[in-house]
Design a protein around this ligand. Sequence first.
Ligand SMILES: Nc1nc2c(ncn2[C@@H]2O[C@H](COP(=O)(O)OP(=O)(O)OP(=O)(O)O)[C@@H](O)[C@H]2O)c(=O)[nH]1
Ligand SMILES: [Mg+2]
Length: 304
Amino acid sequence: MDAQTPETRAGFVALIGAPNAGKSTLLNQLVGAKVSIVSRKVQTTRALVRGIAIEGQAQIVFVDTPGIFAPKRRLDRAMVHSAWGGAGDADVVCLLLDARKGLDEEGEAILARMPELKQPKGLILNKVDLVERPTLLGLAASLNERLAFDHTFMVSALTGSGVDRMREVLAREMPAGPWLYPEDQVSDAPLRMLAAEITREKLYERLHDELPYESTVETDQWQNRKDGSVRIEQTVFVERESQRKIVLGKGGQTIKAIGQAARRDIAEAAEAPVHLFLFVKVRENWSDDPERYREMGLEFPRER
Ligand SMILES: Nc1nc2c(ncn2[C@@H]2O[C@H](COP(=O)(O)OP(=O)(O)OP(=O)(O)O)[C@@H](O)[C@H]2O)c(=O)[nH]1
Ligand SMILES: [Mg+2]
């Protein structure tokens, strides 16, 4: 490399925070593509999702993590464990807070553990579109008294306000070194995984109040056809027959609508026409089945 060429940089920035703070929405804004699913429900993200952004000579791998909360079930425990794991491995750790909520009990518990992390730390106050400026400044000041953050960002993941500046500042924190992924790659997750996540998002969108968290989606078949289209088969696992009925809906209407919405987004991600076939299966206690965790990219906690 000649002396004129600025050095490349590359590294990881973990986004941690309570469920629903807007981590996945922010990841998608930072990357400029949908790589992580979003919903109004808490505990949407289940495993680490990496989204890759380029800023000048820096490649920044943003790591979206499951929301951190007091876990009750085995799946909860796996998710929270994965979130802290993502933080431990990053070059910079950013705590994301919903600025409208401020520092609630969940945020407090995460903040209390952050001094254990040795990396530079960022504070991200999100959802500034919903908060008055003085409230925001007060919150930033009091949080910085609690922990000496290296950077404080005020953003709206929804509108994109403040996001470009944040990416620029974080780019300068990245260690010098070669890029970790090809220039045009936006995610490290295989498309079949993203496709399963997209269907789960549509499931949440349609059934937010009826369907509890007892569902998961897997891609079983992914076939690239000669005509350039893709044939995909996915299975929605639920825990009980009553839930299967809800997912199917009257005359199969609900699953049909979910399938249509998912197909559109998957086709966009795959940049190809998609034929999507959805199956709904009852698998009692899938959330105690190690294989389901492997599919999600989670470690299986031995303790229930
Ligand atoms: N008004 C507003 N809403 C936002 C903003 N960012 C996220 N949201 C909304 O907040 C909700 C949760 O967003 P997610 O991105 O799924 O939150 P998360 O932190 O990834 O949640 P978990 O994966 O459950 O931990 C969604 O309804 C988003 O549309 C923002 O800047 N402003
Ligand atoms: Mg999320």
